[in-house]
Design a protein around this ligand. Sequence first.
Ligand code: ASP
Length: 330
Amino acid sequence: MGTRRDFIKNSALGGTLLGSTLSLSTSSARPQAQRVNKNAAANKPVVIATWKNERAVAAAWNVLSKGGSALDAVETGVKVPEGDPHDTSVGYGGRPDRDGMVTLDSCIMDHDSNCGAVAFLQHIKHPVSVARKVMTDTPHVMMVGDGALKFALDQGFKKEDLLTEESRAHWLKWLETAEYKPVINIENHDTIGMLTLDSSGKLSGACTTSGMAYKMNGRVGDSPIIGAGLFVDGDIGAATATGMGEAVIKVAGSHLVVELMRQGLDPNEACQAAVERVIAKEPKYKEIQVGFIALNIHGEYGGYCIQPGFNYALYENNGPGLIDAGHALK
Ligand code: ASP
């Protein structure tokens, strides 16, 4: 592998994709936005989710296959890892920050651009459901910290201790060296970002995480930030991200993927071009993982990442699947 510049020059799609992404910022003419043809035959319903979240996509599929809405499906789906104490990067059982506190970030968005998010939320097992309440029951999009917790408790959510014995033991061991080192492809099931297309052709997405293990207290990543960890445009498609949140935020990653699909790229190409943008902006890209997945309104899906090892779970009429995403580093 040569320099970053070499990588971009030599990548299969680098030339054309960089050309098209460049036009986003340099063209002074009206954008040549190519909208997805909504009347084309669609593969629907369909659900995809980051990592090996097969139980989560099956739960979402259960809603979709009965004619349920994309929004209900996506909330139902991501609640599976949120409630699983053995999933150490989402919700209950998530790794704590360096002070031993489990702080959760989550967001949800529908086809009409309605969205809600919570960040730095403690003691609530299902932050995605609080995010949905922020969306539906407040004039706001995002609530954080103690304010978000108070809102959740007012809404009837239960206050719980989310630090499991196993996570606590792991944290105490970590304190012996206290070295902050993000782990690439952590246990093959990291943050869950999920995208759904229902049988009426409506899209939704959700993204939920306990964030990077042993982060500084108060740190918030990309996952709850609309446009970074998740973005949905009901006319075009949806995208979500996983991996080093700081690198995703720098390029407004999920919004970028959706805008690339608006320009005519298919979901795989759009994810690849967005990863190439991350690489171009992130000098330490070889030390981190960033992965995107995307779903357009035809029900076409794709994914791409920096490092090998990222996959995404799928459920569609043909049944379930697990797909290895393309990757920039070989
Ligand atoms: N994107 C998440 C964050 O930065 C973590 C991850 O997906 O690994 O908090």
